[in-house]
Write a protein that binds this ligand. Structure first.
Ligand code: F6P
Length: 351
C-alpha cells in the first residue's frame, strides 16, 4: 500500500516519534509511506516525497515535526478539495494518516465522507489535550513537564521577593495544561476556560494568603481562561484557516488588575511556544510510538474514518466523528480537589 502521512495544526513534542513508528512499521509490512509536507496544505500543493526508514533515523526524541505543519483547511478554500483529490489519485495513495488536533482530524473525517472517499485514519496530537475519545494526545505530557518546571522556577522568585506571579500557559478551549501543571507545582490558583472567574476572586485569594502570613502567590492561567465581564485577551485580530483568533494576554491583564487593586507587586509571564518545543518526555515517546504503530495496523485492516486513542492505558480506536468538534474538558474532580486544597491551604497561617 501507499500510505500518505501528514502532520497538521500546532506542533508539539512527540510527533516525530509517531512519524518514525509509522514509517518503520509500514516498511516492515511492505508498504510505502509518502510524506506530505506542511499538513493539508501539502495535499493541495502536491508536496509529496517518500519517507524511508533511513530518513527517520535519530528523530525519535526531537521536538517539532520533520514533515512541517500548517493550519490549512481545504474545505474553506476555493477549489482546494478538488486539487487534494487529484493529487492524492495521481500519487497513487491508498490512504492518509493525519496526525493533529481537532482541526486536522476534522478534515480527515470530511475527506472520508467525500463522494470519491479518501480513506483516512487520525492520530491525536495537541498539547491542549482536548480531543474527545482519548485520555491523552501526543505532546500534552511534555508540555505539562515544561509548564511544571516554570511553576517551580517562578515559585522561588515569588517567595524570595514576596510577589504575586501569574503564569499563562496554552489551552484555548480546555485548561488541561494549566490544571496539571498547577497541581503538580502547587499553584495557589488555577484558572481554566471551563470555569470563568472574577478578578475579585483572584484578589481575594492573594489577600487571604497575605492575611495568613503568606506574602507570595502563584497563579496559573490557561490562555483561554475567561474573566467574567471582560473581553477575552487576544494578541492579534487575525484568525487562522479554522477561524481561531490568536490568544494571549490573560496573565498580563490579571497582573495589572491584581497589582492595581491590592498594591502587591505582581508580575506576569506567558510561557508561549516554549511549551511546544524541545525533546519529548518518555511518556510522549512511548504514546506516540504506540499510536503510530496502531495507525498502520488500522490502515491494514481498513479501519478508516477512525482515530487511534488511549483509554485507561489501553490503545484502542474511536470513530473520528465522535472525537472531533467537541472539546474534552478538564477532569472536574481534579479541578475541584485543586481548588479545595488551595482554599484550605491559604486559610492556614504560615508556619
Ligand atoms: O495547538 C493548540 C495551541 O497550542 C493552542 O493552545 C494555542 O492557542 C495555539 O496552539 C497557538 O498556535 P499558534 O502557534 O499557531 O499561534
Amino acid at each position: 500500500m501507499k500510505i500518505g502521512l501528514l502532520t497538521g495544526g500546532g506542533d508539539s513534542c512527540g510527533i516525530n516519534a509517531a512519524i518514525r513508528a509509522i514509517v518503520i512499521k509500514a516498511a516492515d509490512d511492505g508498504h510505502q509511506v509518502i510524506g506530505i509536507r506542511n499538513g493539508w496544505a501539502g495535499t493541495i500543493e502536491g508536496w509529496f516525497s517518500e519517507i524511508t526508514p533511513e530518513a527517520v533515523s535519530g528523530i525519535l526524541p526531537r521536538g517539532g515535526t520533520m514533515l512541517g505543519t500548517s493550519r490549512t483547511n481545504p474545505f474553506r478554500m476555493e477549489g482546494a478539495v478538488e486539487k487534494l483529490q487529484r493529487n492524492y489519485e495521481e500519487a497513487g495513495m491508498d490512504a492518509i494518516v493525519a496526525v493533529g488536533g481537532d482541526d486536522t482530524l476534522g478534515v480527515a473525517h470530511r475527506i472520508n465522507a467525500l463522494e470519491e472517499a479518501i480513506p483516512a485514519v487520525g492520530v491525536p496530537q495537541t498539547i491542549d489535550n482536548d480531543v474527545s475519545g482519548t485520555d491523552f494526545a501526543i505532546g500534552f505530557h511534555s508540555a505539562v513537564e515544561i509548564a511544571t518546571e516554570a511553576v517551580d522556577r517562578l515559585m522561588t522568585t515569588a517567595e524570595s521577593h514576596s510577589r504575586i506571579m501569574v503564569l499563562e500557559v496554552m489551552g484555548r478551549d480546555a485548561g488541561h495544561v494549566a490544571l496539571a501543571a498547577g497541581v503538580a507545582g502547587g499553584a495557589d490558583l488555577i484558572l481554566v476556560p471551563e470555569h470563568s472567574f472574577t478578578v475579585e476572586e483572584v484578589v481575594d485569594t492573594v489577600k487571604q494568603r497575605r492575611d495568613a502570613g503568606r506574602t507570595f502567590s502563584l497563579i496559573v492561567a490557561a490562555e483561554g481562561a475567561k474573566p467574567k465581564g471582560v473581553e477575552q485577551a487576544t494578541v492579534s485580530e487575525k484568525t487562522d484557516a479554522f477561524g481561531h483568533v490568536r490568544l494571549g494576554g490573560v496573565a498580563d491583564f490579571l497582573a495589572n488588575e491584581v497589582e492595581g487593586r491590592t498594591g502587591f507587586e505582581t508580575r506576569s509571564m506567558n510561557l508561549g511556544h516554549l511549551q511546544r518545543g524541545g525533546a519529548s518526555t518518555p511518556f510522549d515517546r512511548i504514546l506516540a510510538t504506540q499510536f503510530g504503530y496502531a495507525a498502520v495496523e488500522m490502515v491494514e485492516r481498513g479501519e478508516y474514518d477512525r482515530m487511534v486513542a488511549i483509554q485507561g492505558n489501553q490503545i484502542t480506536s474511536v470513530p473520528l466523528e465522535e472525537a472531533i468538534g467537541k472539546t474534552r474538558p478538564v477532569d472536574e474532580a481534579l479541578y475541584r480537589m485543586a481548588n479545595d486544597l488551595y482554599r484550605l491551604g491559604r486559610m492556614r497561617p504560615a508556619a
